[in-house]
Design a protein around this ligand. Structure first.
Ligand SMILES: [Fe+2]
Length: 179
């Protein structure tokens, strides 16, 4: 079961998500859908409904997690699964960090939402470099955290390479597609 866009927006509203997190989520969904449609035009079979729902809901529980300090990828995933949206929850669970080695050829919905989230700083599309700079400023509080962010950046660059070698466009071209 996958909620459609209208249902997602209703869930977001009912949850009382902070405005800036909602705006971020809307932009992540735009980027994720753009990438997915381009992949499908090249013969891939990305589930667009799944990508849109998971991108819109990827920070579903982040607002309350700012207070509780829980892992919002995990609590978001559980909350959505509890509503019967298991598949959406599974994608949300991986939006910060992907759990396993990925296929070198196939792109998964998990990778698309994860990557799109890392191309959107607040509600602006930026380069990975700029987004990771932002993450370093916000979360790089000690050497361990900085090292984890560096690893995350490396694995995100791998996904970027895979996606954009299939699309045969430059990752920076995304910038001109979104204002
Ligand atoms: Fe998030």
């Amino acid at each position: 079961m996958i909620p459609n866009r209208e249902e997602c927006l209703k869930l977001i509203q009912e949850r009382g998500m902070l405005d800036h997190i909602v705006n971020h989520s809307l932009k992540v969904a735009e980027v994720a859908l753009f990438i997915s449609k381009e992949l499908n035009r090249r013969g891939h079979s990305i589930d667009l409904r799944l990508v849109e729902a998971a991108a819109l809901l990827h920070d579903f529980t982040k607002t309350e997690c700012l207070r509780t300090r829980e892992d919002h990828a995990l609590t978001g995933s559980k909350a959505l699964a509890g509503m019967g949206f298991e598949r959406v929850g599974a994608v949300v669970r991986e939006h910060i960090r992907l759990s396993k080695k990925r296929s070198p050829f196939r792109v998964s919905e998990e990778e698309i939402v994860n990557y799109a989230d890392k191309r959107v700083k607040h509600d602006q599309v930026v380069t990975l470099e700029e987004r990771f700079e932002d993450l370093r400023e916000r979360y790089g509080k000690n050497p361990k955290a900085i090292e984890l962010l560096e690893n995350l950046k490396e694995s995100t660059l791998e996904i970027e390479k895979k996606i954009f070698s299939i699309l045969e466009i430059d990752p920076n071209d995304l910038l001109s597609n979104f204002k």
